[in-house]
Write a protein that binds this ligand. Sequence first.
Ligand code: PLP
Length: 403
Amino acid sequence: MNIIRIKKYFPIFTTHKNLVYLDNAATTHKPQCVIDALTAHYAERNANIHRGIYRLSEQATESYDTARAQIARFIGARDASQIIFVRNTTEAINLVAHSYLRHHAKAGDEILLTVMEHHSNIVPWQLAAKEKKLTIRYAHITKTGELDMADLKKKITPRTRLIAVTHASNVLGTINDIAAITRLARARNIPVLVDGAQAVAHMPVNVSALGCDFYAFSGHKMYAPTGIGALYVSKKYLTTMDPFLGGGDMIRSVSLEGATFQDAPERFEAGTPAIEAAVAFGVAADYLTRIGMKNIRTHEKKLTALALKELSKIPGITIYGPTRAEKRTGVISFTSQNIHPHDLASLLDEQDIAIRAGNHCAMPLHTLLGIPATARMSFSLYTSPADIRTACRALRTIVKKLQ
Ligand code: PLP
């Protein structure tokens, strides 16, 4: 991968020449092809979809359907109808909580999560649990920040109605063995939801090989616009789920007494969707495929190994999560003795280095780690080894000065 050439393809780095952007877990920047796709859609194909008996509307519909097929191909879904367009990972998970869990769980049933989940993969279940009187159980992590598979296995019971787990932690970087979890679940006929927000842009993902029933992810974390994401649903559950939101486009017929509904995916896509964002999402997926997800994973693994090495040389720094790059994505959370993560982040910002500080929407995990906040660096395909060296050098100087 030619990082200099790739970086030039992301206009933000021309506008902000000295920017060292290490907040890719929050959102990624957009390549020229994605920006062009948005402009071209509005300039050439803008119309509402599905309803028009005129060519422009048919073209817009065709673009939207093409995007669905591109996303299906990108994650190895067998059929484009298994992809439901949503706003983001959060909405995808809420959709499953609403359309699947609320209608299939009874009082006393259980949902199994892990303690490393983002709030998006906790709060929707808490809301459903409160309403339906369900119990939430949490699988723990080991001392090295990996999922404790023995604990997870122990917490699966005859009342477990769903296992919801992140593919990669947005704090620890830990990559979870989803195939092993789905093997356990399948034997007990339990569906598995995977929060793919921190995985899809960083490693090859094939939902068919993973064997999961739901896979949720956001476009904006994989070089596509905000306001678009996707939920993959296995055939087994696609036909048994109830509608999510009600309104136009998701119905077959409506009378004053009631309504009948479309099949998936339209059944779950009420109202006018983010058409141009979906189109650009498809373009982003094809862009990643052209670069190659294996190449991206190899590149980011090297960056992670370098960052782990450089950070561990700085006195007083504690790194959270697995120590080996093979076990994690390019997300590294750390603390520095006596210096608040927010201070680290704002002092780095003075040098045009963007990192994140806080609880990263994973308060339960931070509580468990016994810390209120961490500083977090996260990488992407345009991150260079020089970016990491620059950030670690600046960090070392700050730490030396303040400690
Ligand atoms: N899950 C994980 C692991 C995340 O890191 C994030 C965002 O940071 C989300 C879910 C929520 O993503 P979004 O805000 O795009 O819905």
